[in-house]
Design a protein around this ligand. Structure first.
Ligand SMILES: Cc1cc2nc3c(=O)[nH]c(=O)nc-3n(C[C@H](O)[C@H](O)[C@H](O)COP(=O)(O)O)c2cc1C
Length: 158
């Protein structure tokens, strides 16, 4: 099975998370590759496409939307989506907000089948090691769900 991770990132944290996922998958023997959305990778032969972006000024970085649009909404693909942001830190309201606004902006243009969506706690200065651990764990559970034909639903930090 081949997993393609496509991300956008301005200050590097989303790239770091995408690379951690790529490495975790490869360690377990999966074929996995991470690309910046600007490279516009061909994902036709990918079984699972993982899409990730950070939130800036209330919206995902636009490179990821351009990528999704350029692939006809990833129609016919199984897709997992993740975002990095900080709004999730603000209790129940923050969690609801990240789902209803941020994740929705990621998922709405996708025409493929979304099997998992995940909010990660981002960072501005100083890597968030907890996020890296959670990313490694999440991607393995996503792949298991894919193999079992299940969906994982929406998950938040912690
Ligand atoms: C200028 C700026 C604006 C941001 N705007 C938001 C925002 O509107 N909502 C939010 O939850 N996080 C916001 N963040 C937090 C980022 O999403 C977080 O730092 C993320 O990890 C950055 O990803 P990157 O390093 O891949 O660019 C902002 C961060 C910066 C520096």
């Amino acid at each position: 099975m081949k997993v393609c991770i496509v991300y956008d990132s301005k200050r590097g944290s989303t790239e770091r998370v995408a690379r951690a996922m790529e490495m975790a998958l490869r360690e377990r023997g999966f074929e996995a590759r991470a690309w910046n959305a600007g490279q516009n990778p061909d994902v036709d032969d990918c079984d699972l496409v993982v899409i990730g972006a950070p939130i800036y000024y209330e919206r995902p970085l636009p490179g990821i939307g351009r990528f999704i649009a350029s692939k006809n909404g990833l129609k016919g693909k199984k897709v997992a989506v993740f975002i990095l942001c900080i709004a999730d830190r603000f209790g129940k309201l923050g969690r609801r907000y990240t789902e209803r606004r941020y994740l929705r902006m990621m998922t709405e243009p996708i025409k493929g089948r979304i099997i998992a969506a995940r909010v990660f706690d981002g960072w501005i200065l100083g890597e968030n090691e907890g996020t890296i651990d959670e990313a490694r764990g999440w991607i393995m559970r996503v792949v298991e769900a894919f193999e079992d034909g299940r969906g994982l639903g929406i998950e938040h930090p912690g």
